[in-house]
Ligand binder design. Structure first.
Ligand code: HEM
Length: 539
């Protein structure tokens, strides 16, 4: 064979081989890419057949699309695709969002026995909580959670809450007295936030430890607890912690959350210990006030271990402070707005109709709830400002049927409480603040709103929350006319999502604003406050 022929043959062979190699390499490359994409799209739970899914991207799933505002984005998807319920991928976790009033009712109320557990999330359950155990609201369902929830529910049922009203008398008077002093006869505009942080924290501390933080709204321990609880609450947020969903972000050299979580855990440990020591000292001296933890510590039959007692303490300290102030502050913000002026006039008229005699309203609100308009105002504040827009997450322990689809046990559910509370197929004009919707029509029957969640793990503090909000507004409205600040830049933002100073927070922490308080009748107000002081001086 001629040399040329040999060369030609070998070059053909090389080119066949090299094109074969290229094909193999390309195939190999494609297979690797395919496997990587598969891995990057893998979720803790397989896709649920028959339930719509919003397409996402590898690794992140739908996290990038949901951005900082899960409630509004998920609500918009529900409307755009006409899917009340859909599944999403948040990193490697499969999450079901329910976005309408009816769909939430189906899962949370009709199927409440199945939707009774809570998922664990990496940041809160592994990094923040190791020393103190979980709160009741973050505990998966088991015998211990059942015991702790029972203690809290008994301590917070209607008759128990009635017995705490002297403390609400004290704390609401202290808040109003300081606002009265600081507004200097209505000449100085004030930011109401800190007064109600103290109101909520002191109420919780009294119930749980029989102690309160005395001193002004800037008292150091008070500010420390408020700040730390706020940060810790954000570690629990379903939209704030991508490391909960993307395991890669948990690596120590990537995550700075871990150090910060550990620091806040230590600060939290410190004040919880302080409160417990204060209570133990009082028990030893025989000077303690009746309270939840005192009752447990003194009861030889109590079936709770130390970790469970700590969990109850943690729950009580955090639950009220995360939620009550948001409602009170934004309620005041709304009433102060130009739109809120006629609501105040109507509310005042309704209060006076029931309590025409001077000072009657201030005192009677402690023993009865007889002004329907204020009850309606309380519900509308809870709906309109839904302060936990994506409610505390749930895990199902049994299969649940939905529109012909079986959603398997072990699925994680997020209630888009904000979207459900603004669902126009349930509420007329949901974007308007209308206490009247709860006065005599069907919107108030059954579950009035999802501000307290719903079903088997609904808020156990709802009676207390309602009484606190009712009492504060009835008293504030008889004491003051709340008017807008002179400068519009000090006005509150009234949108329930936009008003939050941290968009990814679990609960609403209102952005700063100012209002002016015009005192209705100085002499009367001073007398009502003196009478409250007299009634509560033993506390
Ligand atoms: C206006 C005030 C309040 C609001 C808006 C509120 C809201 C909520 C919400 C949305 C949940 C989750 C419910 C669910 O998953 O369906 C919850 C749970 C809970 N809340 Fe409240 N809450 C308030 C006040 C309080 C207070 C004052 C306490 C106690 C002192 C309290 C104790 C609890 C507890 C223990 C849970 C957990 C229940 C469980 O997981 O079984 N809450 N709250």
């Amino acid at each position: 064979m001629a040399l040329e022929e040999l060369e030609a043959q070998s070059s053909t062979t090389v080119s066949i081989f090299s094109s074969l190699n290229r094909t193999t390499l390309s195939l190999l490359f494609l297979s690797i890419v395919f496997v990587l994409i598969k891995l990057a799209n893998k979720t803790d739970q397989p896709k649920i057949k028959g339930l719509p899914e919003v397409p996402g991207v590898p690794i992140f799933g739908n996290l990038l699309q949901l951005g900082e505002d899960h409630a509004r984005v998920a609500g918009a998807w529900a409307k755009k695709y006409n899917w009340p319920v859909f599944q999403t991928r948040l990193g490697n976790r499969r999450i079901i969002f329910a976005n309408t009033f009816e769909s939430v009712k189906h899962f949370w109320i009709t199927n409440q026995a199945a939707l009774i557990s809570r998922p664990t999330l990496y940041t809160f359950h592994s990094v923040v909580s190791t020393s103190q155990g979980f709160t009741i609201g973050t505990s998966p369902w088991d015998e211990s959670c059942k015991r702790r929830r029972k203690v809290a529910a008994t301590a917070l049922n209607r008759p128990a809450v009635q017995s705490y009203m002297p403390h609400i008398d004290l704390e609401s008077t202290v808040a109003i007295k300081d606002m009265y002093r600081d507004c200097k006869d209505g000449t100085v505009e004030i930011d109401p936030r800190k007064y109600f942080h103290r109101f909520a924290l002191n109420t919780s501390l009294t119930l749980n430890y029989g102690v309160r933080i005395d001193g002004g709204i800037d008292e150091k321990l008070l500010r420390e607890v408020v700040h730390v609880e706020r940060v810790v609450s954000n570690f629990r947020s379903t939209s704030n912690n991508w490391q909960d969903y993307i395991p890669l972000l948990r690596l120590p050299f990537i995550s700075r959350q871990n150090t910060s979580a550990a620091e806040y855990r230590a600060r939290r440990d410190a004040y919880l210990q302080t409160f417990l020591d204060m209570l133990k000292e009082r028990i030893a001296n025989g000077t303690d006030n009746p309270c939840i933890t005192g009752n447990i510590l003194k009861d030889p039959e109590a079936k709770l271990n130390d970790a469970e007692i700590k969990s109850i303490c943690l729950t009580m300290v955090s639950a009220g402070i995360d939620t009550v102030p948001g409602n009170l502050i934004m309620g005041i913000g709304y009433l102060a707005s130009p739109e809120g002026q006629h609501i105040q006039q109507k509310a005042y008229k309704e209060i006076m109709k029931v309590y025409p005699n001077d000072g009657e309203a201030w005192e009677k609100c402690l023993v009865e709830e007889k002004v329907p308009y204020i009850t309606a105002l309380t519900k509308e504040i809870l709906r309109y400002f839904t302060v936990i827009p994506i409610c505390l997450p749930r895990t199902s322990i049994k299969d649940i049927e939905y529109n012909g689809t079986t959603i398997p046990a072990g699925s994680v559910f997020y209630m888009n409480a904000w979207a459900a509370d603004y669902d126009e197929t349930h509420f007329k004009d949901p974007g308007r603040f209308l206490p009247e919707r709860y006065l005599d029509d069907q919107e108030g029957s059954g579950t009035p709103h999802y501000g307290y969640g719903a079903g088997s793990r609904m808020c156990v503090g709802s009676h207390l929350g309602n009484r606190e909000i009712y009492t504060v507004f009835l008293r504030m409205l008889t004491a003051f006319e709340i008017v807008p600040a002179k400068d519009q830049k000090d006005w509150p933002i009234l949108d329930a999502i936009e008003c939050n100073s941290i968009p990814t927070a679990l609960t609403t922490e209102p952005k700063p604003f100012k209002v002016a308080f015009k005192i209705r009748n100085k002499e009367s107000l001073e007398r009502w406050m003196r009478e409250s002081d007299e009634r509560t001086k033993h506390l």
